[in-house]
Design a binder for this molecule. Structure first.
Ligand code: NDP
Length: 248
C-alpha cells in the first residue's frame, strides 16, 4: 500500500457529496488538499473538518470547470508550493432534468456537457502535462453506471458519462510509459445533493429517487477512490463500478 502522506490531491467539486467525502478520506491519510468548487464559502466552512481529520494542508480555490480560460489561468497561477499535483480527482459533475430527448430543454444539455465532459477535459489538460514531465501521477475520474447503461429520459447525462469512460480510456492509453495511472470510478445511485441539483432544487422529487432502495453513501465511493490511490505504483486500477445491491 502506498502512503498518501504529504501527497497533493486536487479534487474538483469538493464542496458536496462524493467530492467532500473524498477530501475527508484523503485528509485522514495525511494528504495535502487542493479543493475546487464554485462555492468557495462552502469549501471554507468545511476546511476545519479536513484539517482536524489529518490533512497536512488545505488550499481552497473558487473554480468553475465550465470556464476554459479560468481553469487554465487559475491552475497555471497556483502558488509555487501547490503546483505539483500527485493525484487529480475529476469529480465535479451534475445531471439536469430527466426528460425525453425530443422534449428536453437544450440548456440542460449545455450544462451537463460543459461540466461533465468539457470541464473534465479542461482540468485534465491543465494538470496532466506536469505529471508527464515528472513521470508520475494519477488521474481518477468520476464516471457512472450511466456511462455503461442508458436509462429512460437520461440520454444526455448518460452520454456525458459514456464520454467520460472513453476519455479516461484514451488518457490511459496516451500516458502509457509515462508513469501515470488513470482510473475511472463509476458509481450507481449515491445519496448526495445530485438528485436535488438534477430536479433544479425540488427536494420532494429528489427524495423519491431513494425510496425503496438503500443507496450508496458518498463515503462508499470515497473509500474506493482512496483504495485505488493507495495501490502500489505499478498497479493500474482501470475501472471500478460500484452499485447498491438494490440497483439493476
Ligand atoms: P453533488 O451535487 O453532491 O456534488 C457535485 C459537486 O460538483 C459539487 O461540489 C459542485 O460544487 C461541483 N460542481 C458542479 N458544477 C461545477 C462546476 N461547473 N465547476 C466546479 N464544480 C462544480 O453530487 P455528487 O457528489 O453525487 O456528484 C459527484 C460526481 O459523481 C459527479 O460527477 C456525478 O456525475 C457523479 N455521480 C454521482 C452519482 C450519484 O448518484 N450521486 C452516481 C454516479 C456518478 P459547486 O456547486 O460548489 O460548484
Amino acid at each position: 500500500m502506498q502512503s498518501l502522506r504529504g501527497k497533493t490531491v486536487l479534487i474538483t467539486g469538493a464542496s458536496s457529496g462524493i467530492g467532500q467525502a473524498t477530501a475527508l478520506e484523503f485528509a485522514r491519510q495525511g494528504a495535502r488538499l487542493l479543493l475546487c468548487a464554485r462555492r468557495l464559502d462552502r469549501l471554507t466552512e468545511l476546511t476545519p473538518q479536513f484539517t482536524e481529520a489529518g490533512a497536512e494542508d488545505v488550499l481552497n480555490i473558487r473554480l468553475d470547470v465550465q470556464d476554459r480560460e479560468a481553469v487554465a489561468k487559475t491552475l497555471a497561477d497556483l502558488p509555487e508550493n501547490w503546483r505539483t499535483i500527485d493525484i487529480l480527482v475529476n469529480n465535479a459533475g451534475l445531471s439536469r432534468g430527466l426528460a425525453k430527448l425530443y422534449e428536453d430543454d437544450p440548456q440542460n444539455w449545455e450544462e451537463m456537457i460543459d461540466t461533465n465532459v468539457k470541464g473534465l477535459l479542461y482540468v485534465t489538460r491543465a494538470i496532466v502535462p506536469g505529471m508527464v514531465e515528472r513521470g508520475s501521477g494519477q488521474v481518477i475520474n468520476l464516471g457512472s453506471t450511466a456511462g455503461h447503461q442508458t436509462y429512460a429520459n437520461g440520454a444526455v447525462y448518460c452520454a456525458t458519462k459514456a464520454a467520460e469512460r472513453v476519455i479516461t480510456e484514451g488518457l490511459r492509453i496516451d500516458t502509457i510509459g509515462k508513469g501515470i495511472r488513470v482510473t475511472t470510478v463509476d458509481p450507481g445511485m449515491t445519496e448526495t445533493a445530485f438528485s436535488e441539483v438534477r430536479f433544479h432544487g425540488d427536494k420532494d422529487k429528489a427524495e423519491k429517487v431513494y425510496q425503496n432502495i438503500t443507496p450508496l453513501q458518498p463515503e462508499d465511493i470515497a473509500d474506493a477512490i482512496v483504495w485505488a490511490a493507495t495501490r502500489p505504483a505499478h498497479v493500474q486500477i482501470q475501472t471500478m463500478v460500484l452499485t447498491t445491491i438494490d440497483q439493476a
